[in-house]
Design a protein around this ligand. Sequence first.
Ligand code: FPP
Length: 246
Amino acid sequence: MNIKYPKPKHIVIIMDGNGRWAVENGLTRSKGHKAGVKTLKNIIEYAVRTELNMITAYAFSQENWQRPRKEVDLLLDLFITSLQSEVDDLHKNNIKLNFIGELTKFSDKLRKTMKKSELLTCDNSGLILNVALSYSGRWDIQQALLSIINEIQSKKITIDEVNEELINSKLSLAENNDPDLFIRTGGEKRISNYLLWQLAYTEMYFTDILWPDFDSKQFSLALDWFSKRQRRFGKTSAQIENEYDT
Ligand code: FPP
């Protein structure tokens, strides 16, 4: 039985392949990242048109700090200029922007730009766009643990109160649904330290398409694939089909 499920409420994306796309097209890596921004813009437009609820895009991992300084600087500049040039459009489209990650590592200028765009868009009720910057899943779990230890030490809570719900509430995406669909472009089949806790029951979609080539057609293929998944969350098929029928 082919059960059709509703569209994913929360989609998380690893936008991989900008560098290889640039090489394949005889361009500099910088041009590859610029093309990557354009693709993200198109995917956001498609998400707004199709009334998707939430996208969390991995723009820069903690491990990305190890790239050559020149490329890191270039990416940081690109984040600032893209945000500055796109924020009004995002706002007009009723998009709510939110940044996650160890943001204290960034320059005052970038942090101010992020804060300003969060403030401008904070009352919007359309697509929620989370951008992960200097993010790592292990860092996220570590900062949640430290916050809990702190509350235990200051006697705000007791050890008995530590459960999944509490840990979840301390993580970066605490107020959001767990991701339903994970998309990674660029051919690699790994999670790369993204949202380790949150991905527990996420459907994983991998494609060889390089991020700059990931257009709305490719995106709709991923959504179609998701719609055919049977999400069991540890239950049996029979149980799920029963729940679906009633
Ligand atoms: C991975 O490709 C891509 C990145 C590290 C950067 C992704 C960033 C964007 C698409 C821009 C997002 C912009 C905003 C404003 C949020 P890669 O360089 O690892 O490619 P490769 O594996 O082919 O070398």
